[in-house]
Design a protein. Structure first.
Length: 387
């Protein structure tokens, strides 16, 4: 029977029996599908294999050579919560167009919910819960299991919202209502998120890591471009043309590429000209290789600790740049162009703070009680002595 599905591979064993696998090719494991070809069970098995394989990365020479052992797939029960998540990761175009790191993170978040008991002390887990019993109250249980980690709880809710958003689409029709849409997010303990560097903290970092060092180059690139750490590790000399930096943001780069152009300020050019830099990327590791985003974040963490700034981070410099620009009069649309924001909502956070600061400075003059030294004591006509 002809199977018109991507990545389906057939071979024969020594007895002439045809075996069917899901296999994306070299570097991926083969996932055996034992269901009858053409049946609904086969399609369910294929969908789950597709979802599970999208994020597999070779970890051994055996995997890298394409000779990883065959794996038998354990299928979720059709119509269950785990089945829904597997179908989402196999079929949702928005998910499949995300970059590998985003897909991996979302998959890990969803898979962590499978083994959660449906109630305290219950043996049954969410993995096998039929969709007809999956209520808003049940999803709140998944959120509240992370009550001590508000950020992780909110990430669960956001992942569930994406699953149900896809499931209720007219062309999918697995669910009738996006239950997760109405789940309230927790307010983070620190509403401002990452600590925003102060000018003095920038100077302290620069004193500990002076001009000519790799940390100082990182400081300059982050502060004078306002890019994310995932982008700063990709910047290089070949991207500079006629004094402008041309690059495409890594975030949503596969799904919605965003080209950026930023002027290379004289202060940044001075730092680049007097710093050790790689050929294709300005920032390189001790092995002369480009940093990964996470690797650079860890290195920046070490450099901040060395400068006595444990509260500071790479992302905090991006916020510092936005704060400085807003305090100096940058408009919301100028901030959007500098930092790559699509909506003025994020920029408004900084302009509002800057405007409050200016208004407070000018408004304090209205708190005027006149000459306090010249105020004469006035007897209270209702005092006890007068009575």
């Amino acid at each position: 029977m002809q199977i018109d599905l991507r990545h389906v591979y057939e071979d024969e064993d020594r007895h002439g029996n045809v075996r069917i696998y899901f296999w994306r090719g070299k570097g991926h494991r083969k996932i055996r599908i034992r269901e009858d070809a053409g049946s609904k069970a086969f399609r369910d098995a294929y969908d789950v294999a597709f979802a599970q394989d999208t994020l597999i990365r070779p970890k051994t020479r055996e995997h890298a050579a394409g000779h990883a052992p065959h794996a038998t797939l354990t299928l979720p029960k059709p119509g269950t919560y785990r089945w829904l998540c597997a179908r989402y990761m196999a079929e949702c175009p928005e998910y499949l167009q995300c970059d590998p790191q985003t897909r991996r993170t979302r998959m890990q978040i969803l898979e962590a919910t499978y083994d959660e008991p449906i109630a305290p002390g219950a043996k049954d887990t969410f993995a096998d819960m039929p969709l007809e019993y999956l209520s808003l109250k049940a999803l709140y249980v998944l959120r509240d299991r992370k009550l001590d980690l508000p950020g992780a709880a909110n990430n669960r809710v956001k992942a569930l919202r994406q699953v149900f958003k896809w499931a209720v689409a007219p062309n999918v029709g697995i669910a009738k209502v996006n239950l997760a849409r109405d789940i309230q997010l927790f307010k983070p303990a620190n509403a401002d998120g990452f600590h925003t560097w102060t000018i003095e903290e920038v100077r302290s970092f620069a004193r500990r890591h002076p001009l000519g060092t790799k940390p100082h180059l990182a400081l300059g690139l982050l502060l004078f471009t306002g890019v994310r750490r995932s982008d700063v590790v990709l910047l290089g000399r070949q991207m500079v043309r006629k004094g402008w930096l041309h690059f495409t943001e890594k975030k949503n780069g596969r799904r919605k590429p965003k080209a950026r152009q930023l002027p290379v300020l004289p202060a940044l050019q001075h730092i680049i000209d007097n710093s050790p830099a790689g050929n294709l990327t300005f920032l390189v590791t001790e092995y002369d290789r480009p940093f990964t985003g996470n690797g650079f974040g860890n290195k920046m963490r070490d450099w901040c600790d060395e400068a006595g700034l444990p509260q500071c981070s790479a992302h905090g410099l991006r916020k510092a740049g936005a704060t400085i620009a807003a305090d100096n009069g940058a408009t919301e649309h100028q901030l959007m162009a500098i930092f790559g924001w699509e909506s003025p909502k994020q920029a408004a956070l900084y302009t509002r703070k800057a405007n409050r600061k200016k208004l407070a400075g000018s408004g304090m003059a209205f708190i005027d009680l006149g000459d306090l030294d010249g105020i004469e004591e006035v007897d209270d006509p209702d005092s006890e002595d007068e009575a």
